[in-house]
Ligand binder design. Structure first.
Ligand SMILES: *[C@@H]1O[C@H](CO)[C@@H](O)[C@H](O)[C@H]1NC(C)=O
Length: 292
């Protein structure tokens, strides 16, 4: 009897492990991440716990002209999770005026590599000059996932121009597909794609939304905000391409409630950010799963 119980337990444990054996991608607007936050031990403790769950994180709102905050974050992350090695790829400092922010991909170099990247918003990038902050794209090669090569497009829209920028992102996706000869593009980030920023009447004019090839994995009903007073799906993940869609674990896309997961009060959570990360899992390739 004890042996049967033990065998059952083993199966459950193995099952749980296989269940966990996926590849996680997230987008996380870490509200105004600069040196003040990098010097706050409580905030950094929460950030490394959140980011170490993911193989690739599209970190947004990095605000530090000297670039030391992101280096400290990487250093802390590598110290916290020594089972992987984390590196990062950062965008230019983006913004029209003196207010600048950066998009940064943080990724595990032992599981995934960057093969190319592209910054929109440069003079030669056509109509993408209409973005308040140019979108930032990177091409990833990931040998262990069901899809090995895919593009991530990280963008933080300007709230007041969110509807217009969302529509422009359709063109950016098309351009990326042509440039890199792939269909498999995932757009992710704080798109401000909810609430007062997108009037109900604006949705019909947003090609990214009306075109059926783009799949919005985070629904309008999701709450990606930390504050109890707001309930908005600002942060989104939008996927395009058959191979990419087939590699996505069904129903894995969600906001990660770190208030709950880390047992924080609302106030403590808001110190970390006013946004929850949005995340999605990719299946591992059969071969990689067998090797476990
Ligand atoms: C997140 O978790 C906290 C704590 O359990 C809860 O009060 C809050 O409603 C949750 N927020 C969302 C958006 O699910």
């Amino acid at each position: 009897m004890a042996q049967v119980t033990f065998a059952l337990l083993l199966i459950l444990l193995l099952g749980a492990q296989l269940g966990a054996a996926t590849f996680k991608i997230c987008a996380f607007n870490i509200r105004s991440f600069g040196r003040a936050k990098a010097a706050n031990q409580r905030v950094m403790g929460a950030l490394v716990q959140i980011l170490s769950r993911c193989d690739i994180s599209a970190v947004q709102e990095v605000r530090d002209a000297k670039g030391s905050a992101i280096r400290i974050l990487l250093w802390e992350l590598n110290r916290y999770d020594s089972s992987h090695h984390y590196s990062h790829l950062e965008s230019k400092r983006l913004g029209r005026g003196s207010y600048k922010e950066q998009n940064v991909f943080v990724y595990r170099t032992d599981v995934v590599s960057v093969t190319d990247w592209c910054q929109f918003g440069d003079k030669d990038a056509g109509d993408s000059q209409d973005f308040a902050r140019g979108p930032f794209a990177a091409r990833f090669h990931s040998p262990s996932t069901a899809i090995m090569d895919f593009v991530l497009l990280s963008h933080h829209t300007s709230p007041r121009e969110a509807a217009h920028e969302l529509d422009l992102l359709f063109g950016v996706c098309m351009e990326l597909m042509q440039r890199w000869k792939t269909q498999d593009v995932m757009l992710l980030g704080d798109l401000n794609a909810a609430g007062a920023y997108i009037p109900a009447s604006a949705w019909a004019g947003i090609r990214l939304r009306s075109h059926l090839a783009f799949h919005w994995l985070i629904s309008d009903r999701e709450d990606t905000t930390v504050s109890h007073r707001t309930c908005c799906a600002y942060d989104r993940i939008v996927a395009h391409g058959e191979e990419l869609l087939n590699a996505i674990v069904p129903r894995s896309a969600k906001a990660f409630n770190f208030t709950q997961a880390l047992g924080l009060s609302e106030e403590e959570a808001l110190e970390v950010s006013d946004h929850y990360p949005v995340e999605v899992n990719l299946r591992l390739a059969p071969k990689a799963q067998r090797e476990l």
